[in-house]
Design a protein around this ligand. Structure first.
Ligand code: COA
Length: 174
């Protein structure tokens, strides 16, 4: 099985949309419980490319097996902050692909000048939380009843990763 990690491109929009829909419909991980309509999703992917955003795909034998993005937050005062999302289709999990995909996407976000990456993970998603912690993310808070799926509430953790040299930059400016 040949694995490659590469930036999203138009040729993979359909595969990305299908992967998102598969993970969303599991209803255990994401805020979406199904993917947005195709045209809306494709416009969104195009806007990410047009704005130089960080969205990477994991391709197994050329087919989309997952995605990871670090998307900008709104407001000038938060222009250093990106919001991370990730998902792999079930057959691509527990193979080390998530870590590789995240590392490539985080490196791209740092290269764009971001110095803080935030994410939200459901408290019962222990697999994802363990991966985030392995990569240096720290829990900053518990968000109570942050998700509701089929009438059931789930807490989530707010986590963040700071670019290693960001503290140095802040300290040297004091
Ligand atoms: C969360 C997610 C992205 C993690 O990706 P992943 O590839 O499964 O994660 P990792 O790369 O860290 O691998 C996880 C496990 O595989 C093991 N692993 C890593 N490399 C391996 C390899 N080469 N061969 C076998 N196992 C391996 C890891 O040790 C780890 O095992 P553990 O959990 O028992 O300690 C993925 O599981 C996923 O898409 N889940 C559903 C969607 C989701 O939760 N998204 C996040 C929402 S916040």
């Amino acid at each position: 099985m040949n694995l490659s990690i590469e930036p999203v491109s138009e040729a993979h929009f359909a595969g990305l949309h299908a992967a998102l829909d598969t993970v969303a419909r599991e209803k255990r991980f994401l805020a979406f419980t199904q993917a947005p309509p195709v045209e809306q999703a494709f416009d969104f992917y195009r806007s990410i490319i047009a704005n130089g955003g960080c969205q990477m795909l994991a391709l197994r034998d050329g087919r989309v097996a997952g995605w990871c993005d670090v998307l900008p937050s709104h407001g000038q005062a938060r222009s250093h902050v990106g919001i991370l999302g990730i998902g792999l289709v079930p057959s691509a999990r527990h193979l080390g692909i998530g870590a590789k995909l995240m590392q490539a996407t985080i490196a791209a976000a740092w290269a764009k000048g971001m110095t803080r990456i935030e994410l939200t993970v459901r408290a019962d998603n222990t697999n994802a939380k363990a991966l985030y912690e392995r990569l240096g993310f720290e829990v900053e808070g518990l968000l109570r009843r942050a998700f509701r799926v089929d009438g059931e509430y789930f807490d989530s953790y707010s986590m963040a990763l700071l670019r290693h040299d960001s503290m140095t930059m802040i300290e040297s400016s004091l």
